[in-house]
Design a protein around this ligand. Structure first.
Ligand SMILES: Nc1ncnc2c1ncn2[C@@H]1O[C@H](COP(=O)(O)O)[C@@H](OP(=O)(O)O)[C@H]1O
Ligand SMILES: [Mg+2]
Ligand SMILES: [Mg+2]
Ligand SMILES: [Mg+2]
Length: 371
């Protein structure tokens, strides 16, 4: 099955959302940030980007369901703070929704100039992301700003969108407005969109372009069997993934390159295009405390769905610490007790990395056997 319409829609929605979030950052004021129940931050950028992407999906594929990270409950409150946030979000989402097409975009799903959505429609668009997930059917998965903490630091973040069909990711798009096109030239051009369709390879385009303007660059994880040449890609936030376990694993593999610590699924893009020192990378995400059923955090599907496809299409393997594939059919998360972290790397070294993970756990007194 070809997913060309879905791919085009996803790239167009992600590109618009990246424009929106970049402009929000430049105009962000302090009271435009909320703290969610789990103490994590959310901004007008997160809400308006989810409204935009969800509205575009609904317009193009009205019967598809959506799992989105954010919900509009806080925006529906009858307080002055809520009202002003809501007004900002509606204005931002409409500005992006009604922008004219860029070269190469198809008008089919275009909401278009003069078709502003009402506040009620946009709040409903955000809340359309409340789907509980599941094993069967077509389901879109939105992380409107992945790496909100990076976004607030003016560092890396990503707008992430995936189409999951019967629990398998078929289309994945990751927009990284602040990521250099070439990581070894940090002062060079910034802004990348990564995309993949299952069976068709992984690609990068500059955020300023579209696949029909300039041909996308095919990206690939470098082939290597020498684990000492690997570069680790880790969360910037030490509360999100254990830096110390990652460092123990790197030592066991003889790695000498310093880790790249970066927010968001931009890491999956870096892995897929071979950033580091030419020796391939490893995305390493292990819980800070506990493991499996006792892990301190349950991973969300929107934090990994597009990245997982990008890695597979670039010649990599993604699994948990036991080597089990990630299961996107368990609901909004990768499953309490079902997922044991995330490890992604090139095909040739994946098994060796898992061996090292096992050894590192044993020396921490942890076992990979299910409790
Ligand atoms: N304690 C925790 N452990 C692991 N991941 C966490 C976490 N708290 C938040 N996260 C997730 O980590 C994501 C960022 O990924 P990374 O750590 O690779 O930068 C966050 O996405 P959002 O920023 O979209 O909320 C959030 O979903
Ligand atoms: Mg969040
Ligand atoms: Mg996220
Ligand atoms: Mg997010």
């Amino acid at each position: 099955m070809s997913y060309s319409k879905e791919k085009e829609l996803a790239i167009s929605a992600v590109r618009r959302a990246c424009g929106l979030t970049s402009s929000v950052f430049n105009r962000l004021v302090q009271n435009e940030k909320l703290v969610k129940g789990d103490k994590s931050p959310v901004t007008v950028g997160d809400f308006s980007a989810q409204a935009l992407i969800s509205a575009m999906i609904h317009h193009a594929f009205p019967s598809d369901v959506i799992v989105g990270e954010e919900d509009a409950a806080d925006l529906r409150l009858d307080t002055s703070e809520s009202t002003s946030l809501r007004e900002r979000i509606v204005a931002l989402a409409n500005e992006a929704l009604t922008q004219p097409l860029v070269d190469g975009e198809t008008a089919e799903w275009e909401i278009g100039p003069g078709k502003e959505q009402t506040s009620a429609e946009l709040l409903d668009a955000i809340d359309r992301g409340n789907y509980e997930g599941g094993r069967t059917g077509r389901m879109w998965c939105i992380d409107p700003i992945d790496g909100t903490k990076g976004f607030l630091r003016a560092d890396q973040y990503a707008v992430c969108l995936a189409l999951i069909v019967d629990s398998i990711v078929q289309v994945g798009v990751i927009g990284c407005p602040n990521l250099p096109l070439d990581l070894s030239n940090p002062s060079g051009e910034r802004g990348c969109i990564f995309f993949a369709v299952r069976g068709e390879g992984a690609f990068q385009i500059p955020i300023t372009s579209s696949p029909s303007i300039s041909p996308p660059t095919k990206i690939q994880i470098p082939l290597t069997s020498d684990t000492s040449k690997l570069t680790f890609l880790e969360s910037f936030e030490s509360a999100h993934a254990s830096h110390s376990t990652a460092s123990a694993i790197a030592s066991l593999l003889g790695v000498t390159n310093p880790p790249i610590r970066m927010d968001s699924q931009a890491k999956y893009g870096c892995l897929a295009r071979g950033d580091g020192n030419g020796g391939g990378g490893v995305y390493m995400r292990l819980p800070v405390s506990g493991l499996g059923p006792t892990a301190s955090y349950i991973e969300k599907i929107w934090d990994h769905a597009p990245g997982s496809l990008l890695v597979e299409e670039a010649g990599g393997i993604i699994s948990d610490a036991r080597g089990h594939p990630l299961d996107f059919g368990l609901g909004r998360t990768l499953g309490k007790g079902e997922n044991w972290g995330v490890i992604a790397t090139g095909k040739d070294v994946h098994a060796k990395v898992l061996e090292a993970v096992k050894k590192a756990f044993e020396s921490e007194g942890k076992t990979l056997a299910k409790a």
